[in-house]
Design a protein around this ligand. Structure first.
Ligand code: HEM
Length: 173
């Protein structure tokens, strides 16, 4: 697997400062997703102006936690299980992953470079994220204990927390 952690972090830092920063990337993500995959439009009820902040925050948590599987895996399992409530299907992960790679490549090639190693490392990272989320969504009961130990309810949400995508422990250690 060609997951290069340093390159993943470096490119994510560039996302925040180049070509309009994370807001531009996030907005481009939903614009392209809805144009290319209109079948997923009805699943979304939060406007892209709000939704993109959650997506970018979750990418930040993933990039920050990539070397801490004990923290990152429960975060991704909970997120996969939450997506059941959003009526996400396993088949959608390919579309979302393809879309994220395309907007990242477009975003970073405007002011700098998008190289083959960047493509490979993001492809690998997105693949692992999707696989981990799907595994949990396919069998939520198997993750009940892990979720409870890490502060999540069986449905992947947290009590009295309206922002479950903020993985505070990943970000602080
Ligand atoms: C790379 C994998 C993915 C990541 C990192 C991700 C990230 C997120 C985040 C952070 C949220 C905010 C709510 C929460 O955390 O529970 C969310 C909500 C949502 N996601 Fe995903 N997601 C992914 C895959 C997908 C896929 C494959 C679909 C299928 C189309 C999807 C559809 C949705 C929908 C419909 C919502 C709720 C939107 C609303 O509130 O109206 N996501 N996602």
């Amino acid at each position: 697997m060609s997951l290069n952690v340093a390159l993943l972090r470096e490119t994510f830092e560039r996302v925040k400062v180049e070509n309009g920063g994370a807001t531009a990337l996030g907005m481009a993500f939903y614009k392209r997703l809805f144009e290319k995959y209109p079948a997923v439009i009805p699943l979304f009820h939060t406007p892209p102006e709000e939704q993109h902040k959650k997506l970018v925050a979750s990418l930040g948590a993933i990039v920050a936690g990539v070397e801490q599987p004990a923290r990152l895996l429960p975060y991704l399992h909970a997120m996969g299980i939450r997506h059941l409530k959003y009526k996400t299907e396993n088949a959608h992960y390919g579309a979302v992953g393809e879309n994220l790679l395309a907007v990242l490549s477009d975003h970073l090639s405007k002011e700098g470079q998008w190289t083959e190693p960047m493509q490979e490392t993001w492809e690998a990272a997105i693949g692992v994220v999707a696989k981990t989320m799907i595994e949990a969504a396919d069998n939520p009961a198997a993750y009940k204990e892990e979720l409870a130990e890490t502060g999540y309810e069986p449905d992947g949400f947290r009590k009295n927390d309206k922002q479950p995508w903020l993985e505070r422990s990943v970000a602080t250690v």
